[in-house]
Design a protein around this ligand. Structure first.
Ligand code: FES
Length: 154
């Protein structure tokens, strides 16, 4: 399931710690990077690779919101709709994403290009509304600015 390069990477991660449990989060990160999300099969593979109980791997993976448990689009949009962003139009932006791109919160577009997640405050209240696309941060959002931004993500 993991190719040789990834197995080497996980071996290197395991080598950093006296206890393989400490390698669990970085190994899950590698699995998600490789497969795009953490299927039951991927988590079983991580458990076998680290010689850890599957329940421990699944329990850890389900605790952290940055791990995806269903197939996601190529690009993850995390749009804040908390108070500051809501006051400055974030709900309209959700409607815009729905109408223009066919995005629904907690879903992936039919072409697999985007997944949309609605976030609580992402710490940019002073320049709201704000969002992340993958790890890229954007603020002072408008419909036009979102169109420009999303054009960069194919
Ligand atoms: S409320 Fe949206 S960034 Fe704080």
């Amino acid at each position: 399931m993991f190719n040789e390069t990834v197995l080497k990477e996980i071996d290197e991660i395991k080598g950093r710690y006296p206890d393989f449990r400490s390698a669990l989060l970085p190994a899950l990160y590698v699995a998600q990077r490789e497969f795009g999300w953490l299927s039951h099969e991927a988590m079983s593979y991580v458990a076998r690779t680290l010689n850890l109980p599957e329940a421990m791997v699944r329990g850890t993976a389900s605790f952290y919101s940055m791990f995806k448990h269903k197939e996601a689009g190529r690009h993850l949009i995390q749009l804040c709709t908390n108070v500051s962003c809501m006051i400055l139009g974030a709900e309209r932006l959700v409607d815009f994403l729905r109408t223009k791109y066919g995005m629904e919160p907690d879903n992936t577009t039919q072409d697999g290009r985007f997944s949309l997640v609605i976030m609580e405050c992402i710490g940019a209240c002073g320049t709201a509304p704000a969002m992340l696309v993958n790890t890229d941060f954007y603020d002072n959002l408008t419909e036009g600015k979102i169109e420009e931004i999303l054009d960069k993500y194919k």
